[in-house]
Write a protein that binds this ligand. Structure first.
Ligand code: NAD
Length: 487
């Protein structure tokens, strides 16, 4: 791979790169060319054991440090990430194919935000004092869970590694992180930078592998918590396996989120929202608002302006060229899935109003696609595609829009565009979704909780709430009076 600061081995364990060629080869394919740019090896049982043993040992030392000391390490790591943003963004682009014009602004920078935010909180994590009237009192201790496992999806490999690692480490846990087999490189750099910033060896380990390595981590008795970012079917399996041993979980899963655009919305702003909700990262964003409900009065103008902007604004091409704003799909399998849904949409009677053609003869490029005349029962309106395929659905009344928006097993995100403030707040109060937007879409600042309702997951990442998902309270009753018993 033509990159000077690439990771140097498959795994990062106990503070250093560890190679082990005994496991299955995982080829890293650059989505813009379809060519192999690196090879890593899946973790064998011995590597899994090495990572967990190291994490278990290191966690005790890490938890014994003060929160301020732990926070200092995280904040130092954030600074290093920002200094190396360009290199890390290039690596993110090699790993995912997302254009550099995106990765420079939302990947290492978002990871750095998480490290800085949770680094800042670490020193203020405390329990409370609860007076009981007779002199007795209870105090609570906020304690780390122990060894946490993070399992990542392939769309945001740097960000996911940090969004899980930062709150886990702030609370005094150690982590073993398994990236997606499709994008194994970026998490290794997160581990390297954390240790360069002073993290004790073993507190954040990265091991590679397919689902089986994830499954082995989830069921290991040394693991106290599992945080997964992935699809709903994988989430069901991982949640069930974790539940069997009563482990803590955070599940950040898929979605089929609604974006509701009312007649009175500002047209340009609503089109921008729909673009952000569907085509950023070539549509490979979990919270995407792919069911775009447009009120009948604005529908014609909306579709016309949307297609005009796609025709003139999309620059599809070499992801390393900063003029490019639309990259390839991240892998061949995802491209096949998108093509299958495009055929299915047409077969089920929707109108492919724009795009959807393969582009070039190398790499996994496909044009952004817009379907109109979509009805709620069609596969393209019910199932997560995870690609640049927007479905435009028409509606008449607010009540109808809300009912149809909520008629899904998913509940990750939802958005509304309207000039009527009271209606906007009524809509978000009614949405069955964990993350809602008014007159914008898909922003995920570290200060705000992020996560899904219904089938889209449990728990929240980011914000102060994430602390509750990486720590637990110990309640301590202190008697100030003689202990009495009935006999
Ligand atoms: P996936 O479910 O196929 O895989 C996710 C991860 O789970 C991978 O690392 C995989 O190796 C691992 N895995 C697979 N089977 C496992 C098992 N039995 N036990 C343990 N681990 C196992 O998902 P993907 O295709 O990598 O990513 C796309 C999906 O992720 C989409 O559904 C998308 O919506 C979702 N996603 C959600 C969020 C969020 O925050 N809610 C963010 C990004 C992506």
């Amino acid at each position: 791979m033509p990159y000077s600061t690439q990771p140097t081995a498959s795994h990062f364990i106990d503070g250093q790169y560890v190679d082990d060629t005994a496991g299955d080869v995982i080829e890293v394919i650059y989505p813009a060319t379809g060519k192999v740019i690196a090879r890593v090896h899946a973790a064998t049982p011995a590597i899994i054991n090495q990572a967990l043993t190291s994490a278990q040992r290191a966690q005790k030392e890490w938890a014994a440090m003060t929160g301020t000391q732990r926070g200092r390490v995280l904040r130092r790591a954030a600074d290093i990430m920002r200094e190396r943003n360009r290199d890390l963004s290039v690596l993110e682009t090699w790993d995912t194919g997302k254009p550099l014009s995106e990765t420079l602004y939302v990947d290492a920078t978002s990871a750095a935000d998480a490290l800085e935010y949770f680094g800042g909180l670490a020193g203020s994590l405390t329990g409370e004092h609860i007076p009981l009237g007779n002199g007795d009192f209870v105090y609570t201790r906020r304690e780390a869970l122990g060894v946490c496992v993070g399992i990542g999806a392939w769309n945001y490999p740097t960000q996911i590694a940090a969004w899980k690692g930062a709150p886990a480490l702030a609370c005094g846990n150690a982590m073993v992180f398994k990236p997606s087999e499709t994008t194994p490189l970026c998490a290794l750099k997160v581990a390297e930078i954390l240790h360069e910033a002073g993290l004790p060896a073993g507190c954040y380990n990265v091991i590679q592998g397919m689902g089986a390595v994830g499954a082995a981590l989830v069921t290991d008795p040394r693991v106290a918590k599992v945080s997964l970012t992935g699809s709903v079917p994988t989430g069901r399996k991982v949640y069930a396996a974790a539940a069997a041993e009563m482990k803590h979980v955070t599940m950040e899963l898929g979605g089929k989120s609604p974006l509701v655009i009312f007649d009175d919305a500002d047209l340009e702003s609503a089109v921008s929202g729909a673009v952000l909700a569907n085509f950023y990262s070539s549509g490979q964003v979990c919270s995407n608002g792919t069911r775009v409900f447009v009120q009948r009065g604005i529908r014609k103008a909306f579709v016309a302006r949307l297609i005009e902007r796609l025709k003139t604004g999309v620059v599809l091409g070499d992801p390393m060229d900063e003029a490019t704003n639309f990259g390839p799909m991240s892998n061949a399998r995802q491209l096949e899935i998108v093509e299958r849904y495009l055929r299915q949409g047409v077969a089920e009677g929707a109108t492919l109003a724009h795009g959807g053609n393969r582009v070039g003869n190398e790499g996994f490029y496909i044009e952004p696609a817009v379907f109109t005349d979509v009805t709620d029962d069609m596969s393209i309106a019910r199932e997560e595609i995870f690609g640049p395929v927007m479905s435009v659905l028409d509606f008449d009344t607010e009540e109808e829009a809300l009912t149809r928006a909520n008629a899904t097993e998913f509940g990750l995100a939802a958005g509304v565009f309207t000039a009527d403030l009271t209606r906007a707040h009524r809509m978000v109060a009614g949405f069955e979704a964990g993350t809602c937007y008014i007159n914008t879409y898909n922003l995920a600042p570290v200060e705000a909780p992020f996560g899904g309702s219904k089938g889209s997951g449990v728990g929240r990442e980011n914000s102060k709430l994430a602390i509750n998902h990486y720590s637990e309270m110990k309640s301590v009753y202190v008697a100030m009076n003689p202990c009495e018993a009935p006999f």
